[in-house]
Ligand binder design. Structure first.
Ligand SMILES: C[S@@+](CC[C@H](N)C(=O)[O-])C[C@H]1O[C@@H](n2cnc3c(N)ncnc32)[C@H](O)[C@@H]1O
Length: 509
């Protein structure tokens, strides 16, 4: 077959191959997927909607019915003129526009192409709407569209094995696919192949394999990481990197995080980790639209004769918080040093002095800035409670997590954590984790890196980042967090004790 592929490729040339995204599945992967699918039920039929040169069928037993669809007549003709298989049902058609068939079993390595570039995009979108009631995102890629369609066309009791580009697990366009997978509960395994070069020597791509069995309803999805093709034979029964119960799977979460991630030579135990969004969410700090006008010092307040109802305490710069715990006393010290830690926050009762200052702002044109001119009234600040945990947006040598006991708000240099019902009781534990060496290592996989070693978190990066599960937190003795927090607040050095609490989440590779 190797030589058949080579023969075919030299016949059609690179441009043709690129146009149809023709990358052929290597034998060990094709054999593994076919064997898994056919072990599922008695019907010896297998359909490949992106047939190519029939890689999945090459080593199949002779009585297997070879079913497939292929858009490229050259590939199909080439296959037909070389195969010795007699039971074939192959159709020359565009899979995404062809409806009406159900398949006992499906196997596929779909083309990795962007949907935006697909000529018949509108017709495909209409078809999905009409036949499945799904309005597919225009940003999806063709591989996801193939998968969704195949899930709808799989007969009851059949199995499906699909190769997918792993980005769909994390990217926004993967959401619809993940929603469908969660709804159906037939997905049993996702295998991530990190042996990329070995798997696709001719393409710089990585892949994952989805195993889906419509004969069963699963309670959890098993995430496996495969580092050598030889592991495939045993993978189904091997210990997974993570087993995530369906109740905990969220379509909006980055499922790619469930695979063992390598961080500085270490790996983390994802089975004890959940997305931070389980406990609440981070949001951006307040954006004033004109800090020069809204941010005030104590001396400004005195000079302008503002009343206490005209302003509130607010962290306005990352450097204002140096220590991991921030108290009301720390805030008062900043205010006493005349640091810019107040925000004009005139809401209900606006004093005459504040009115005067607002009019001054209008004369200076602060009401015409991008944010202010889109706000009514232009000087009204977003209403935000002070957050019990804050984390700086930009950093160079690792982020700074702050346990905030003061009543101050924060501007955009810090993201602010607001707990939900599940997070309200574990604030200290969550903070200690974020502060720990382990938390830093694990969150490093969510950070965006810019030039000059600058690192940045978006609020959603943090919301998707991994933090300990309830079960993990529950094994920490009850009074431990409180006592560590007290000692940390008193300026004691307790970092190594904090690290010990979470060290077991990391282990050496
Ligand atoms: C990644 S290759 C996989 C080929 C083969 N199944 C294998 O595993 O080696 C994808 C195949 O899908 C075909 N294809 C691309 N778009 C298609 C479409 N809309 N409908 C059917 N086949 C398509 C390509 O021509 C190509 O042969």
């Amino acid at each position: 077959m190797e030589s058949l592929q080579t023969q075919y490729l030299s016949q059609v040339g690179d441009e043709h191959r690129k146009q149809y995204a023709q990358f052929f599945t290597p034998r060990p992967i094709a054999d593994f997927m076919r064997n898994w699918v056919l072990a599922g039920n008695a019907r010896q039929e297998l359909f490949d909607p992106a047939f190519g040169l029939g890689a999945f069928f090459e080593k199949a037993q002779d009585d297997l019915l070879v079913q497939g669809m292929e858009i490229d007549s050259q590939a199909l003709d080439f296959y037909l003129s070389h195969t010795k298989k007699t039971r074939t049902a192959l159709v020359h058609a565009n899979y995404l526009l062809n409806y009406g068939l159900r398949h006992s079993n499906i196997i596929c390595n779909p083309p990795y192409l962007k949907f935006q570039k697909f000529d018949q995009k509108e017709a495909v979108l209409d078809g999905f709407q009409k036949h499945f009631g799904i309005s597919l995102s225009g940003y999806t890629n063709i591989a996801s569209a193939f998968l969704v369609k195949s899930i709808f066309e799989l007969a009851d009791g059949g199995r499906l094995a699909y190769i997918m580009p792993p980005e769909f697990l994390n990217a926004g366009y993967g959401r619809q696919v993940k929603e469908l997978l969660i709804q159906r509960r037939h997905l049993s395994h996702i295998l991530q192949l990190s042996c990329e070069q070995e798997a696709f020597p001719d393409a710089t791509t990585s892949l994952c394999i989805l195993l889906y069995d419509s004969a069963k309803l699963f309670s959890r999805v098993r995430f496996h990481s495969v580092s050598a093709l030889s592991q495939l034979a045993e993978i189904i029964d091997a210990e997974p990197v993570a087993e995530i119960p369906y109740e905990r799977l969220q379509a909006g979460d980055k499922w790619g995080n469930y695979f063992k991630a390598e961080i500085h030579g270490q790996q983390f135990q994802s089975k004890y980790l959940v997305p931070l969004s389980t406990y609440g969410h981070f949001s951006r700090g307040i954006a004033t639209g004109a800090n020069e006008f809204f941010v005030l010092r104590k001396s400004d307040i005195a000079r302008l004769s503002l009343q206490s109802s005209d302003y509130s305490g607010c962290i306005t710069k990352s450097a204002q918080i140096q220590q991991p715990v921030f108290t009301q006393k720390n805030f008062e010290a900043l205010a006493g040093d005349d640091a810019p830690v107040f925000l004009l926050n005139a809401v209900k009762t606006i004093s005459p002095a504040a009115w005067e200052y607002i009019r001054f702002g209008e004369r200076e044109g602060y009401n015409q800035r991008y944010i202010t001119r889109n706000r009514t009234p232009w000087y009204k600040m977003e209403k935000r409670a002070s957050a019990p945990i804050m984390l700086n947006v930009f950093s160079r040598n690792g982020y700074k997590a702050v346990r905030n006991y003061s009543t101050v708000q924060s501007l955009t240099p810090f993201h602010c954590f607001y707990p939900n019902l599940f997070g309200a009781g574990i604030i200290d534990l969550l903070f200690l984790y974020l502060h720990s060496h382990t938390g830093h290592s694990i969150l490093a996989s969510s950070v965006r890196k810019y030039g000059n070693e600058l690192e940045k978190f978006e609020p959603n990066d943090l919301n998707h980042s991994l933090v300990p599960s309830d079960e993990f937190f529950a094994q920490i003795p009850e009074n431990k967090a409180g006592s560590l927090m007290r000692r940390l607040t008193n300026g004691e050095r307790v970092d190594s004790e904090i690290d010990e609490l979470f060290a077991s989440l990391l282990y050496n590779a």
